[in-house]
Design a protein around this ligand. Structure first.
Ligand code: BES
Ligand code: MN
Ligand code: ZN
Length: 511
């Protein structure tokens, strides 16, 4: 699948149409197969490079339109810098140094240089010092799949005007071992589909994607063999999830909790649990948000979107693991029936919470879902993802997600998975010193801890509902949506977390 881009692998030969993309190092150094491919245009490329002062630096590119001697409509030479053997000193310009996340980025960047109107693109998966491995070729393709995504289902005019944009684009990765690369791509395609599914959910507006509709879309995972259970308001009331229900009580859209189970591991082995904040729209409630940029709060379900995307990826690639995905779906609205500041709710855990600010709603939703998952499934660990605080954006910007954990081993693995995928996380502190900020005069705790260390006190609040289970919290407010565009994402929703958590599972927990 992988969206609107069809991806295939073949041996390296001269394409007879479309766009050809090749890689070059300094002084126009090509790998042997690429050199053979470009033999008919050798002088032409050399002259163009000299005229454009192209030296094969990483990040640079040279383009030739309809080059005489080749049948392609465009030849794009992408610079990859000097060292490309995986042992690069990062201080040199050899940015594309063979690490997986760099190959993914390079694939996205290279594919992005082809015009949108190009229906057929061929990337020659060879570096100046030789062929790429099957994994590297597959990573290039993954990057292209992520790059090709666009959320344009509501652009009716664009579709009519630009009839030259092809409905279906095709990428062929030319490589020395196409069969091996195709095999290596199978799991990456499952992951790409999971990321694109998560992006779709994040980009979708809240009038379309409300809790019930979100639950319906999660139900589509059944086709992949995922067991999907939807808890409606009646079920949630019976479970006493009053913290979650309090957030949704001002909305005409009913709240839902969806539990997805993938049992690809050993029978009876403890599952890994992933929990997502799914606030389909966050007005702030009675503590209403200012108007500026409030539209962004349609993305306040990016955590839940990631969990659905991850479950898709795990099931589609038949991961040998037992996993539970649980998402709390609500809409936070001001209304005659909305929750008030000062209200006190009794969470499913029995702990009472005084609502100080109805805009600190994500932690209320997660409190009940974390407790429910911990008690019901007794998981190996729980990882939650949430667009939880503006404070984490102040701390880390849009480059890193905040990581909070009660377990060093789990935290270390997440940091490592972040480095490998490029979905980076930065560990932040937790500690009893922060507890006093969320002590309440009237209840066991209050739902805000003031301006200082806002992302930390939010995490400290969540920790009260994990009851000792190994747990990590990822605050993705800065990375789940609206982050700067990159080589592998041009859309608003990022799908952040799908590749990170898939990697965590694959590297440490699959049997
Ligand atoms: N959904 C927001 C956090 C957010 C802000 C996500 C910006 C993405 C971009 C969350 O529900 C919220 O409103 N948090 C408040 C908490 C405060 C009231 C304690 C915040 O961060 O200001
Ligand atoms: Mn809020
Ligand atoms: Zn929110």
């Amino acid at each position: 699948m992988a969206g609107a881009l069809k991806i295939g692998f073949s041996s390296l030969s001269a394409p007879d149409r479309g766009v050809l993309i090749v890689f070059a190092g300094p002084d126009l150094k090509f790998g042997p197969a690429t050199r053979a491919l470009l033999a008919p245009v050798r002088d032409l490329v050399a002259r163009a490079a000299a005229a454009d002062r192209f030296r094969g630096k990483s990040g640079s590119a040279l383009e030739l339109i309809a080059p005489q001697g080749l049948k392609v409509s465009r030849l794009i030479v992408v610079g990859v810098g000097a060292k490309t053997d995986g042992k690069t000193d990062s201080k040199t310009d050899g940015k594309a140094d063979g690490k997986p996340q760099d190959m993914v980025k390079l694939g996205g960047g290279a594919f992005g240089r082809a015009p949108a109107a190009a229906a057929e693109v061929v990337i020659a998966a060879e570096f100046p010092d030789g062929p790429l491995t099957a994994d590297q070729a597959a990573d290039l393709a993954l990057g292209a799949a992520l790059r090709a995504y666009a959320f344009d289902r509501y652009k009716t005019r664009k579709k009519k005007d630009e009839d030259d944009t092809p409905k279906q684009r095709r990428l062929t990765v030319g490589t020395a071992a196409p069969d091996k690369a195709r095999k290596a791509f199978a799991s990456r395609e499952a992951i790409a589909d999971g990321v694109l599914l998560a992006r779709d959910l994040v980009n979708e507006p809240a009038n379309v994607l409300y809790p019930e509709e979100f639950a319906r879309r999660a139900s589509a995972l059944k086709k992949l063999g995922v067991a999907v259970e939807i808890l409606d308001r009646k079920a949630l009331t019976k479970l006493k999830m009053n913290a979650l229900l309090g957030v949704g009580q001002g909305s005409v859209r009913e709240s839902r909790v969806v539990v997805m189970r993938w049992n690809g591991g050993k029978k009876g082995a403890k599952p890994l649990a992933f929990i997502g904040k799914g606030v389909c729209f966050d007005t702030g409630g009675i503590s209403i948000k200012p108007a500026a940029n409030m539209e962004d709060m349609k993305g306040d379900m990016a955590g839940a979107a990631c969990v659905v995307g991850l479950m898709h990826a795990l099931a589609a690639r038949k991961a040998k693991v037992n996993a539970v995905g649980a998402i709390g779906l609500v809409e936070n609205m001001p209304d005659g029936n909305a929750q008030r500041p000062g209200d006190i709710v009794t969470s499913m855990s029995g702990q009472t919470i005084e609502i100080i600010n109805t805009d600190a709603e994500g932690r209320l939703v997660l409190a009940d879902v974390l407790w429910y998952v911990g008690k019901t499934y007794k998981p190996e660990f729980m990882v939650d993802l949430a667009t939880l605080t503006g404070a984490i954006i102040v701390s880390l910007g849009h480059e890193y997600a905040g990581l909070f954990s009660n377990n060093d081993r789990l935290a270390d693995k997440l940091v490592e998975a972040g480095k490998l995928t490029g979905e980076r996380v930065w560990r932040m502190p937790l500690g009893p010193e922060y507890d006093k900020q969320i002590d309440s005069k009237f209840a066991d705790m209050k739902n805000t801890g003031g301006r200082m260390g806002g992302a930390i006190t939010a995490a400290q609040f969540l920790q009260r509902f994990v009851d000792g289970t190994p747990w990590a919290h990822l605050d993705i407010a800065g990375t789940g949506m609206g982050s700067p565009q990159s080589d592998i994402n041009k859309s608003w929703g990022s799908g952040f977390g799908v590749r990170l958590l898939d990697r965590l599972v694959a590297d440490s927990y699959e049997t």
